[in-house]
Design a protein around this ligand. Structure first.
Ligand code: FMN
Length: 325
């Protein structure tokens, strides 16, 4: 069984990847997408989105980080994939799922699913350019407007030579609305010979179990579920080994948020930094009432130092939560 941390632009950044892989249970990460248009990108673009390239393509915990590319021009995609591989990427992932209007307007992401031949050409060009020792994977949705081409797209990806396929079980127009159609992953899995990884709405060990039964996949990718419950992958792994997993309480989670805040302060542009911390608390509050309390206190705060102080003051072993007003 493999559990992969989902790529999430503006959310799962290098700091978050380090933090979550540190908690265990994760076998791989994928970077936020690198947008490829009409040229070979400078090295600094890859190092910015994947600073792990400076340390063998691994997070601090030693988890491989595949570099995700998003674009539509086979030759340019191939050149950039080769560049990422030369810089030390342990794998290349291709994005056929992004729903963003600006991305789709430039023929990138989920819009490519309207044309399986185009999908085939991109995967084939990248697979041929990148050394065989480096896996090329793809991530797709079930389609753009409907699911009519889901199997054709998956087969295009597989026959073009991809090593693995991750399926986010929704179309572009379904956005992120539940449910994820896990039975469609099963249809896709049965139509290709490569390994298929299930993705979408796995937010608990029970979800994992049900997704496994319905999709037939043992390998999964988790995004939002890990932001809500940072030890979810470790808990799923322990459960599978027949052990009872003690899930993390708020105190160590708060310590992780404090650490995140500190690193965001050092590494993220000041105007984005407060938003990053609030964003994580907004995920955590779905599971931890303490995160909701904290979120309510800091939600209008624009100064990261003040947010950091609130996080420290909120430590269960020091002062009680300071409620504004
Ligand atoms: C804010 C946000 C950013 C995302 N960015 C990417 C991305 O850069 N590349 C990608 O392939 N998928 C991206 N996704 C999709 C996720 O990887 C994943 O497929 C989706 O969230 C469903 O999985 P989940 O229910 O486990 O979160 C993004 C999703 C969200 C919510």
């Amino acid at each position: 069984m493999k559990i992969i941390l989902a790529p999430m632009e503006g959310v799962v950044d290098p700091i978050m990847r380090n933090l979550l892989t540190d908690l265990g249970g994760l076998d791989r990460c994928v970077t936020e997408f690198v947008r490829v248009s009409e040229r070979e990108l400078p090295k600094r673009v890859f190092y910015r989105l994947a600073p792990e390239l400076n340390q063998g393509g691994l997070t601090d915990a030693g988890t491989p980080v595949y570099v995700q590319l998003l674009g539509s021009e086979p030759e340019v995609m191939a050149a950039n994939a080769l560049r990422a591989a030369a810089l030390g990427a342990p794998g290349i992932d291709l994005n056929f799922g992004c729903p963003a209007k600006t991305v789709n307007r430039n023929r990138g992401g989920s819009i490519l699913l309207k044309d399986p031949d185009e999908v085939y050409r991109i995967v084939e060009a990248v697979r041929q350019a990148v050394p065989q020792s480096i896996p090329v994977t793809a991530k797709m949705r079930l389609g753009y407007e409907d699911k009519g081409l889901a199997v054709a797209n998956a087969q295009a990806i597989a026959t073009a030579g991809a090593n693995e396929l991750c399926v986010h079980a929704r179309t572009k127009v379904e956005g992120y609305r539940p449910p994820a159609h896990w039975h469609w992953i099963d249809k896709i899995r049965q139509s290709v010979t490569i390994n298929v990884i299930a993705n979408g709405d796995i937010c608990s060990p029970d979800d994992y179990q049900r997704c496994r039964e319905i999709s037939g996949c043992t390998d999964i990718m988790i995004g939002r579920g890990l932001l809500q419950q940072p030890d979810l992958a470790a808990v799923i792994v322990k459960n599978r080994q027949g052990q009872i997993a003690a899930e993390l309480e708020w105190k160590p989670i708060l310590a992780a948020v404090q650490k995140y805040c500190h690193q965001v302060q050092q590494q993220v542009a000041a105007k984005h930094a407060p938003g990053r911390v609030k964003q994580w608390l907004a995920f955590l509050r779905k599971r931890y009432p303490e995160a909701q309390l904290l979120f309510d206190v800091i939600k209008t705060e624009t100064n990261l130092d003040a947010i950091h102080q609130q996080l420290k003051g909120n430590s269960p072993i020091s002062a009680p939560l300071k409620i504004a007003g």
